[in-house]
Design a protein around this ligand. Structure first.
Ligand code: ARG
Length: 233
């Protein structure tokens, strides 16, 4: 493809924060990244005649800066919500999934969105996420606690260190069902977010090729297959 540049020939180099099941997380047996996004980017790479190759785990709030700066990764796919602010730094593919936020509390807790908006309440989130931003705007009186690791944040809600977490709804649903049976979703927040794949603004040919691959995956059923695999039909 004329003009398209890649970090390494034949490869689509991917950077992500790999603690966000079911989108991207480490398979305990193989030590390899797995998840919905991993399947999506593997299929995108395959359509482009490339092999996806993951860099080591990075903190979520460094992903957009890494893509913006260039030289390390071709794309970031990490359940990244397309926002106007991020679009000032990077380009995004067409949206590949719709999402919302959720408020997670301990089972048996009487906290609600209303009671959490109080200076005596600690509300945890992954730093730099749209959940982080939501707390700042909607629970201005609560103590907002941004952390790097979602599992640690949920564990903190479990032990009572924090009164609640705000995180993407599909992640809350999945992680609570898998490993946090003593937590519950007390509120679904219809933020109407859409996830996109981040690409450098210096590489519009790559964004175009990614969009073409996503389009093909939608029309040939690959996307549906990946959705069914991770979310059921
Ligand atoms: N969708 C949210 C955002 O864009 C959270 C994404 C977190 N992703 C991750 N891989 N940790 O801010």
């Amino acid at each position: 493809k004329k003009g398209m540049t890649l970090i390494e020939d034949g490869k689509l180099t991917v950077v992500a924060e790999l603690g966000f099941a079911p989108f991207e997380y480490m398979d305990e047996k193989t030590g390899e990244p797995v998840g919905f996004d991993v399947d999506v980017i593997n299929a995108v790479a395959e359509k482009m005649g490339l092999a996806a190759s993951y860099l080591p785990n990075q903190k979520f709030d460094t992903l957009v800066p890494i893509i913006k700066q260039g030289g390390k990764a071709d794309v970031s796919i990490a359940a990244i919500t397309i926002t106007d602010e991020r679009m000032e730094s990077v380009d995004f593919s067409e949206p590949y999934l719709d999402s919302n936020q959720a408020i997670v509390v301990a089972k048996g807790s009487s906290e609600t969105e209303e009671t959490l908006n109080d200076a005596s309440k600690q509300v945890v989130c992954q730093g730099g996420t749209t959940g982080d931003e939501w707390i700042g705007e909607n629970l201005p009186d609560a103590v907002r606690v941004p952390v790097d690791d979602v599992t640690a944040a949920l564990t903190g809600v479990q032990t009572g260190l924090y009164q609640a977490m705000v995180v993407d709804l599909p992640v809350a649903s999945y992680m609570l069902a898998q490993s946090f049976s003593d937590l519950q979703i007390v509120k679904e927040i219809p933020t109407g977010e859409q996830y996109g794949i981040a690409v450098s603004k210096d590489n519009p040919e790559l964004t175009q090729a990614v969009n073409k691959a996503l389009e093909d995956m939608k029309s040939d059923g690959t996307m549906k297959e990946i959705e069914t695999k991770w979310f059921g039909s």
